[in-house]
Design a protein around this ligand. Structure first.
Ligand SMILES: [Zn+2]
Length: 133
């Protein structure tokens, strides 16, 4: 598991690139800057929403992040979540459209393992009981 040295949220003053979805972080948008150690030191910038989605992917076990998550792993996983959980999906959504839809879902739902017989058969969205403000 990568060691997080620091993590802070900023408001972008210039255009940055998100290390998860590879999209632009536009001026005025919130983004997260993490400093991680995985053998070496990494600086990781991401949209706030991509950080939220990545947390869901890791917490649920959907992605195993022993050596950190690469942008390929992330993008493949969010495409899969989008196809599975978003109603009326667009035919060819952009990463921005995908992550914005998933961000809305994760405001009220958590990604959970579905294991009715004790082993993981898939993943589902479970509505959160206590609402985070
Ligand atoms: Zn992003």
């Amino acid at each position: 598991m990568p060691e997080v040295i620091s993590s802070a949220t900023y408001k972008a003053r210039k255009v940055h690139s998100c290390d998860y979805c590879e999209g632009d972080i536009l001026p005025g948008e919130k983004y997260t800057r993490d400093v991680l150690i995985i053998d070496d030191i990494y600086h990781w910038k991401s949209h706030e929403r991509c950080g939220v989605i990545a947390n869901q992917l890791i917490r649920s076990g959907f992605l195993v992040a022993d050596d950190g998550i690469t942008e390929e792993m992330y993008q493949e996983a969010v495409r899969e979540l989008y196809d599975t959980f978003v109603e009326n999906p667009l035919p060819k959504p952009s990463m921005e459209e995908i992550t914005k839809k998933l961000e809305i879902l994760f405001l009220t739902h958590d990604l959970k393992e579905h294991k009715p017989k004790g082993y993981v058969e898939g993943y589902l969205l479970e509505e959160r009981r206590e609402q985070n403000p």
